[in-house]
Every structure is written in structure tokens, then in C-alpha cells.
Design a binder for this molecule. Structure first.
Ligand code: FAD
Length: 453
């Protein structure tokens, strides 16, 4: 715990790709940053119990929609990048420019900070290779995908990407958090921020729960980066009631097929893919950890298939869904799929079946729908200006929630670029900011309660 007299230039709420980037770049430029993170900071073990505690606790990190779709996020230092697949899609630079946000420079700068490269042939597993070859044979524009992976640390026949990668091969936002901490940032884990403290229409700090007590922390800049679901919940309690509506969550389904003699089923997921840009569909190989496959199969009562893992090629179909729905005040998601969303999923699944059949697969079947990229809940142009500032001075948002429209592709590269741009903006604003004497402190809980009541 920082002492009550600790001073900070900025508070960053949440340590996923958005928060971690801002915290790192500010800290490297000499700013004192306090990171408040709801989840733990335990080292990645790559074990089933650890991934369950971080990503599968209903209500905390897996949210079941009113329509029975699971939406997965990870609550831990580094956020969902701990369980993500590490696939890098170049940001929608031109789309963001239409909203006055130019991240073309930062999108390239990200390449200096994180590994971005397609996997070598040696690292591509048997399933992904068969998917890739079969798609090319049928004339699809299928190509290897860029990955946020340090390939010299990566290994073949491994399935631990989504368990956090205990070998340090998959880049995740903890790398940036560690960098921020080395440059003087402080982090408090198990700190759940409830709301931003607003005085005279300016953000001055946050209120958070830690060890069943309420604390307040103060700083002249507050950056909310609690993710597509977490950020609107905090902002609504802070006076921005219209956040958390009409968002996207990139629904996806898997189609599985069995190719005899293919191998043990372990491979790095999303090694190759096809982007049907017009249709808003992306399709990739998706060898997942055994536990995930068992869970998805049991969801549709495929009991026999649940215990088949070797020789299986899973293919993921993810779509660009229409903006709709609401995050409820309790943090649940209410978002029915539209008929267009369902048609896209069906169309993608048909392509996948064709590719699997051509690859010689039998026992082809389709999973239930799930979702993994909630965003657009606190949109640029609606809730934020082009500098990611809210209607309250000194209150910024930087995570997947700021995306102004549906995009349908993995967003991490975009979030990293937005984080770098925001850090630059805050540094520049700081230089011209004459109010440098604001006192910043973390109060003891007794004092906090006095202040609250
Ligand atoms: C299974 C899976 C696979 C994925 N694969 C890819 C991929 O291959 N490529 C890609 O680009 N993207 C992928 N993604 C998406 C990517 O992981 C997310 O888009 C990205 O992590 C979002 O970053 P963020 O900063 O917006 O939020 P998050 O990563 O969600 O981080 C938010 C942080 O805020 C914390 N938090 C939440 N509420 C509070 C609170 N009240 N107080 C304090 N802290 C709080 C959380 O614990 C978390 O650490 C995948 C996601 C999943 C689930």
C-alpha cells in the first residue's frame, strides 16, 4: 500500500492493454502513476485452477448474457491479454481518423515495443497447417496472421497461450505493467474502483474497495481503463449515465472436424486466417486448451466429442455484430443477436465446414455462440472527445470501450496505439498545465469514510 502522503500525477484504473500502455508511457516519462487493479498479480502458472479463477467465475469474469451467451474477460493484472490468443490485427486507422483520432504514428510505434510477426512454419501446429492448406486449395485468401509472440521463447505442441503462457513467449499487458513499476509506478491489486470523484465538473480522484474497506485516492488526471464492461459501470456511477449501451462484442462460433492421424491437438491458436471484409467475418484455426473444448462441447451436450482432443481441427468464425444491447447496472450483458448477426455466423460456419471437408475431416459439428471483445460502450464522438476526455475535465477513458463503431477484428493493437497517443497527449497537456501544485494523496479508510459521509 502506498503511504497516505504518496503523490501521483495520474491514476490508471485497470491494467489491461489500454491502462498498462498509458501507465508505462507516463512512468517512463517521469510521471508518478498509481494503478488500481481489481484482479490479482500472481505469477502465471499455466494451470487450470488459475485460469478458472481469472476467467471463469460467473459474474466476475465470465458474464452470461440474458440470451445465454458467455462473454469472457480476465480479471487480473494485464486484463484479458492474459488469456487472449496474441493475434495482431493492424488498427482501423482510417475509421478513427473520421472521428478526429489519428493513430497512424502510434500504430507503427507499437512495433518497437511488442513483437509482431507471423509464426515460423516450425511453430505452426499440424491443425493450423492443414486448415491453411485446405483453404488455399479451395481458393480462399488465407494467410498467416501476425502474432504478439516472442518466437524464440515459444514452443510447438503447446496449448498454454490462453492460460497466460508461463514461458513468457506471448506478449501480454503485464510486460508494460512491469515496465511501469520499474519506472516508479505503484500498483494496488484487489482494488475495485467504484466511481470517479468529481468536483466542479473535474475529476480529482477515485473511490475504490480494497480488503472490504473503502478508500479514496486523488490525482490531477484519472484514466479509466477497466475494459468494455468495467469502464461504463464506473462511469455511470460517476455521472455518465448514457454509457454502456449500443455496443459490439464480436460473437463467435467454432466448427470442429476430425482428421485421423493429425496429432495431439495442441497448437498455437489463430496462426492463419481469412478475412471476409465485406461480410464482416473472420475465420481462423483455433486449437484451444482441452478444458475449453470440454466446456464448449458439454454446452451443446456433445459428450462423446468432449473427450476427443487429438486429431481435431477447431475453426473459429468471428463476426462484426451490429451495435445494440446494454450493460445492466449489475454488470450483466443484455444483447440479443440480430438476424444479420446470425446470418453472418451461419455463412462463416458454412465456409468452415467446406474447408474442413476438403481437409478430409469427419464428425464436423458447430459450437454454441460465445463472445470475447466487448467494446464501444464509451464511444469516441459520443462520450469522449478526440483526446479521449469525457465531459468531465481530467477524466479520460482508454480501452476497448472507446471504439466508436463496430470493427469485428481483434482490437489489442488498436488499444495499444490509442494508449500511446493518450500518454503523449497527457504529457503535452501537463507541460502547459500551470496547476502543478495539486496535492495528491491516498487516504486511510477512516479518513475516506469521513470524507464520504
Ligand atoms: C479468449 C480471448 C481471446 C482473445 N484473443 C485476442 C487476440 O488474439 N488478439 C487481440 O487483439 N485481442 C484478443 N482478445 C481481446 C483482448 O484480450 C481484449 O480486447 C483486450 O484485452 C482489451 O483490453 P482493455 O484494456 O480494453 O481491457 P481488459 O483487458 O479487459 O482490461 C481491463 C482491466 O481492468 C480491470 N478492471 C475491471 N473493472 C475494474 C474496476 N472496477 N476497478 C479496477 N480494475 C478493474 C480488469 O481486471 C482488467 O485487468 C481476446 C479476448 C479473449 C477473452
Amino acid at each position: 500500500m502506498p503511504s497516505p502522503k504518496t503523490e501521483f500525477d495520474a491514476i490508471v484504473v485497470g491494467s489491461g492493454p489500454g491502462g498498462a500502455t498509458v501507465a508505462r508511457d507516463l512512468s517512463r516519462n517521469g510521471k508518478k502513476v498509481l494503478i488500481l487493479e481489481y484482479g490479482d498479480n500472481d505469477p502465471v502458472k499455466g494451470t487450470i485452477p488459475q485460469v478458472i479463477s481469472r476467467a471463469f467465475i460467473p459474474g466476475k469474469n465470465v458474464v452470461i448474457t440474458t440470451q445465454a451467451l458467455p462473454v469472457i474477460r480476465a480479471v487480473t493484472t494485464g486484463g484479458s491479454s492474459l488469456i487472449y490468443c496474441g493475434t495482431a490485427f493492424f488498427p482501423p486507422v482510417e475509421t478513427l481518423k473520421r472521428y478526429g483520432v489519428d493513430i497512424s504514428v502510434e500504430a507503427d510505434e507499437v512495433r518497437n515495443d511488442v513483437p509482431i510477426e507471423a509464426l515460423s512454419d516450425e511453430l505452426m501446429g499440424a491443425g493450423p497447417q492443414r486448415f491453411h492448406e485446405s483453404a488455399l486449395e479451395l481458393g480462399y485468401d488465407c494467410h498467416k496472421l501476425d502474432k504478439f509472440i516472442y518466437q524464440n521463447k515459444c514452443r510447438t505442441k503447446c496449448q498454454l497461450c490462453m492460460y497466460g503462457c508461463p514461458f513468457g513467449a506471448k506478449w501480454n499487458a503485464r510486460h508494460f505493467v512491469d515496465d511501469a513499476l520499474e519506472h516508479g509506478a505503484k500498483m494496488i491489486n484487489h482494488a475495485k474502483v467504484e466511481k470517479v470523484i468529481i468536483e466542479d465538473k473535474k475529476a480529482v480522484g477515485v473511490e475504490y474497495r480494497h480488503n472490504k474497506e473503502t478508500f479514496r485516492a486523488f490525482a490531477p488526471k484519472v484514466i479509466v481503463a477497466a475494459g468494455g464492461i468495467g469502464s461504463p459501470l464506473i462511469l455511470r456511477k460517476s455521472g455518465m449515465r448514457s454509457t454502456g449501451f449500443d455496443f459490439f462484442f464480436d460473437p463467435l462460433v467454432f466448427v470442429y472436424g476430425k482428421v485421423k492421424g493429425l496429432g495431439n491437438g495442441k497448437a498455437i491458436p489463430m496462426s492463419a486466417g481469412i478475412h471476409f471484409e465485406e461480410d464482416g467475418i473472420v475465420m481462423t484455426d483455433f486449437n484451444m486448451p482441452r478444458m475449453f473444448k470440454v466446456a464448449f462441447d458439454l454446452q451443446i451436450l456433445k459428450v462423446k466429442q468432449a473427450f476427443a482432443y487429438s486429431d481435431v481441427i477447431p475453426i473459429m468464425i468471428k463476426i462484426r455484430d451490429n451495435l445494440s444491447g446494454e450493460i445492466t447496472s449489475r454488470g450483466w450483458v443484455n444483447k440479443p443477436l440480430t438476424k444479420y448477426d446470425k446470418m453472418k455466423l451461419d455463412k462463416g460456419a458454412e465456409h468452415a465446414k467446406r474447408i474442413l471437408s476438403n481437409a478430409g475431416a469427419t464428425d464436423i459439428y458447430r459450437s454454441w455462440t460465445t463472445a470475447a471483445h466487448p467494446g464501444g460502450t464509451v464511444k469516441i464522438g459520443e462520450h469522449l472527445d478526440a483526446d479521449l476526455q469525457t465531459k468531465f475535465e481530467n477524466l479520460y477513458v482508454c480501452d476497448c470501450s472507446v471504439m466508436p463503431e463496430e470493427w469485428g477484428l481483434p482490437p489489442t493493437w488498436s488499444i495499444l496505439a490509442l494508449g500511446k497517443r493518450l500518454a503523449k497527449h497527457l504529457m503535452a497537456a501537463d507541460q502547459t498545465d500551470k496547476i502543478r501544485d495539486e496535492k495528491v494523496s491516498v487516504l486511510r479508510p477512516e479518513a475516506a469514510f469521513k470524507a464520504v459521509n
